[in-house]
Design a protein around this ligand. Structure first.
Ligand SMILES: [Zn+2]
Length: 197
């Protein structure tokens, strides 16, 4: 679902929306973390990613949970729902996705899914879908020569006007400005790369 580079971007951004989707293991310390962990960032070359806690803690991997972000603890009773909805969105963001379809996937009513997800994360499933699409778009803007229009459709938007509107709302600038390095977040990512230890 996410490449190494994309996961690394989420780790640098301490992005809690991806908590539970993967874990960051640091080979030099033997510790594994959630993406949102605020501990000092490891060096990129010392990092391995695991899909599950069990894989990170298995005998062959042997990582221990971080005391700060406590990746082994399920924080909310809704965490299974949040995990499943997020995983579904990460898998299907490229096509039109309705709340009804997400709800069907987790076998619950759309109303219940939206309410529980929003209570647990502070955002609706629709906002998560927009965030995932824009995260994909910023990754492509940074790492490819694809046109804005091609990226718009590649990440699942149906119309350019909607893509530009949502992009600006989340990033505070246009895709073209973002590509030129005018966006705050790209600067933060570059800064934290320099700060890496
Ligand atoms: Zn941690």
């Amino acid at each position: 679902m996410l490449t190494f580079e994309e996961k690394w971007e989420k780790v640098l951004a301490c992005d809690a929306a991806y908590d539970g989707q993967f874990y960051t293991a640091v080979k030099t310390t033997g510790i594994y973390c959630r993406p949102s962990c605020r501990s000092r960032k490891p060096k990129r070359e010392n990092v391995d990613f695991y899909e599950t806690k069990a894989e990170a803690e298995s005998e062959s991997s042997g990582f221990r949970p971080c005391k700060r972000c406590q990746p082994e603890v399920d924080r909310s009773p809704a965490s299974a729902l949040v995990h499943d909805v997020t995983a579904f969105v990460l898998t299907h963001y490229k096509r039109p996705l309705k709340l009804e379809e997400i709800a069907e996937h987790v076998n619950l009513s759309p109303f219940y899914v939206e309410r529980t997800f929003t209570q647990a994360t502070g955002e609706t499933p629709r906002r998560l879908l927009e965030k995932v699409r824009i995260d994909k778009a910023t990754h492509l803007l940074r790492t490819t020569d694809m046109s804005n229009l091609a990226i718009c459709y590649e990440v699942g938007f149906q119309t350019p006007s909607n893509f530009y509107r949502v992009f600006r709302r989340l990033k505070g600038c246009s895709p073209s400005m973002y590509r030129k390095g005018g966006a705050d977040e790209s600067l933060i990512v570059r800064d934290s790369r320099h700060r890496s230890v």
